[in-house]
Design a protein. Structure first.
Length: 136
C-alpha cells in the first residue's frame, strides 16, 4: 500500500503583520491546489529572491489575490484608487474580511508600503502565538 502524502505548510512570522500572514497562507494553499502533484516534493518560497519569471509563483499570487479579494469587488471599490483607511474598511466590511487584507492589497497595488500602516496589523500575529513563541 502506498504511503499517503500529506502536505505541510510552514510559515514564519518574519513580517509580523496580519495582511502578510493571510496572503502568505492563501498563497501556499494555492500552490497545493494548483501545483502539488504526486511526483512533486514541495515548494519553497524565498521572499528574498525575485520570482517575477516563475509562472507557478505568479499563478499562486493570482489565485491568492482572487480568493482574498475577488477581482470584481476590487474593480468596483473606491479602495482601488482611493488610498484611505475608510475605503479599506468599507471594502473589508463588504467582503467580511479583516481590513488589513484590503490595506495590504492597496499598499501592494500602489507599490507604496508606507501607507495605511495603522491597518496592516503590525505586531498582531505573533501576539496570537505567545504560548508557542514567547518573547525572550
Amino acid at each position: 500500500m502506498a504511503a499517503r502524502h500529506r502536505p505541510v505548510i510552514g510559515l514564519t512570522i518574519r513580517y509580523d503583520r496580519v495582511d502578510n500572514f493571510w496572503f502568505c497562507l492563501i498563497h501556499e494553499l494555492a500552490h497545493l491546489s494548483l501545483h502539488l502533484r504526486d511526483e512533486a516534493d514541495g515548494f519553497y518560497d524565498d521572499l528574498d529572491t525575485e520570482t517575477g519569471d516563475d509562472m507557478s509563483e505568479r499563478e499562486a499570487d493570482a489565485l491568492a489575490g482572487e480568493a482574498l479579494i475577488p477581482g470584481g469587488a476590487w474593480a468596483q471599490s473606491p479602495a482601488r484608487n482611493l488610498r484611505s483607511p475608510d475605503a479599506a474598511r468599507h471594502l473589508a466590511e463588504r467582503l467580511r474580511i479583516h481590513p488589513s487584507i484590503v490595506a495590504g492589497r492597496m499598499r501592494h497595488e500602489a507599490k507604496n508600503f508606507r501607507i495605511l500602516n495603522q491597518l496592516v496589523g503590525r505586531g498582531e500575529v505573533r501576539m496570537l502565538y505567545q504560548e508557542i513563541w514567547p518573547r525572550s
